[in-house]
Design a protein around this ligand. Structure first.
Ligand code: PMP
Length: 428
């Protein structure tokens, strides 16, 4: 039988680091990544045939559970009609209408193929619309890997401790201002100094790339007020939180209306999709209507659209979010109980179907606080859980994801595993 170790070694011969996205390599937790052969509902299986409860959910998209029969059927049906046309389809129109219906801040939306493309395009649009150069982002927020956003980004970069990436000339990021998440005073001061040069603020309205960090009261409200006052655009990067934190994203939870929103993950139901949208007046500046160029060979791909539409339909059914939210809350309550039993400094938080676990005694609100977590404890916990058949994100700086298939049986098995894993942490 081929082992994960065998295939990982082979992979490293022809794929850099053996993976096609850096966090998958287990670099921060050590050990061997699991090579996945299949997934169904709340579970995934690796190449050795071992089953795991999955809290990665493909990093967010698998909200209705892996390989949901209705989504698979929609994809199968769509493939029979051809894989890509490079010409418009009705499905794209329906998906755009559905997104606009669910997120009232979006009047028009353009589909792309990834979250990175969505944020990159939204920034270009904000600059084109305002005629300004500078952008504000927050340390620990990740908005994909386009050049001007690779400054003190979160996710894999945070894990690897790189403040930025090689290959990005300083000039390319010289208009990117990086501030502290949840520190509205610094944002205010920045606007007082250079407010009329700022094209936009891009923010994860609930951060999920420095573990889960929620906005403190007044932070998002303050961003909205400042953008309005200075004529800058507020971009909510809801690539992760869109249809994950709640049925209308964070904008639905808070009532704060961004000018532009970026989406991906859930709206593709596991297929490659991204989107950016907002007020019509702004979106009309994109080619072919306006002077801001943006395009894509596979944008609005019919198979991705079919998966996304079916996923949005399923999560629009009555009770979907109530069930998802209570399963996620039950998960963190159970984990906290097990941690307390073993006297581990541990806290946890959740919103909708996403959660954060922190090896520190209180929930962090700042990037610096996230870094005060006990990483050795996390890594021990991670590997112990993996041994017990629970697949968590392989880094202390990532959020976790629950699906509609994570029922009581799955949760109870998770708690049994956690009991043993926390015991190992206690023995450190
Ligand atoms: N923005 C956020 C908030 C994200 O979480 C991610 C990916 N995790 C991205 C942008 C980039 O999306 P993608 O990986 O699809 O390019």
């Amino acid at each position: 039988m081929m082992t994960n170790q065998d295939i990982f070694q082979r992979a490293q011969q022809t794929i850099p680091g053996g993976v096609n996205s850096p966090v998958r390599a287990f670099k921060s937790v050590g050990g061997t990544p699991r090579f996945i052969t299949r997934a169904e509902g709340a579970h995934i299986w690796d190449i050795e045939g071992k089953q795991y409860i999955d809290y990665l959910g493909s990093w967010g998209p698998a909200i209705v559970g892996h390989a949901h029969p209705e989504v698979v059927k929609a994809v199968q049906d769509a493939t029979l009609n051809g894989l890509s046309f490079g010409a418009p389809t009705e499905g794209e129109v329906v998906l755009a209408e559905k997104i606009a219906e669910l997120l009232p801040s979006i009047e028009q939306v353009r589909l792309v193929s990834s979250g990175t493309e969505a944020t990159m395009s939204a920034i270009r649009l904000a600059r084109g619309f305002t005629g300004r150069k500078k952008i504000i982002k927050f340390e620990g927020c990740y908005h994909g890997h386009s050049d001007s956003l690779l400054v003190k980004a979160g996710s894999g970069l945070l894990t690897f401790g790189n403040p930025s990436s090689a290959g990005v000339p300083a000039e390319f990021v010289s208009h990117t201002i990086v501030l502290d998440y949840n520190d509205i005073d610094k944002v205010k001061k920045t606007f007082e100094e250079v407010g009329h040069d700022i094209a936009c603020i891009i923010v994860e309205p609930i951060a999920g790339n420095m573990n889960l960090v929620k906005p403190v009261v007044g932070f998002l409200e303050g961003l909205r007020e400042l953008c309005t006052a200075y004529g800058a655009l507020l971009i909510f990067d809801e690539v992760m939180t869109g249809f994950r934190a709640g049925p209308k994203g964070v904008q639905g939870l808070t009532g704060i209306k961004p000018d532009l929103t970026t989406l991906a993950k859930v709206i593709g139901g596991g297929m490659p999709v991204g989107a950016f949208g907002g007020r019509k007046e702004i979106m009309q500046h994109i080619a072919p209507m306006g002077a801001v160029y943006q395009a894509g060979t596979l944008s609005g791909n019919p198979i991705s659209v079919a998966a996304g539409l079916k996923t949005l339909e399923i999560l629009s059914r009555p009770g979907f979010y109530e069930k998802l939210t209570s399963a996620t809350e039950a998960l963190i309550t159970g984990l906290k109980e097990k941690a307390a039993k073993h006297h581990i400094a541990f806290s946890a938080d959740s919103v909708g179907g996403m959660f954060g676990i922190y090896f520190r005694s209180s929930i962090p609100t700042r990037f610096a606080e996230v870094h005060e977590s006990n990483i050795t404890a996390f890594n021990t916990f991670f590997h112990a859980m993996l041994d017990e058949g629970v697949h968590l994100a392989p880094s202390a700086f990532e959020a976790g994801f629950v699906s509609a298939c994570h029922d009581n049986e799955v949760l109870n098995k998770t708690f049994e595993a956690a009991d043993k894993a926390f015991a190992k942490v206690a023995a450190l």
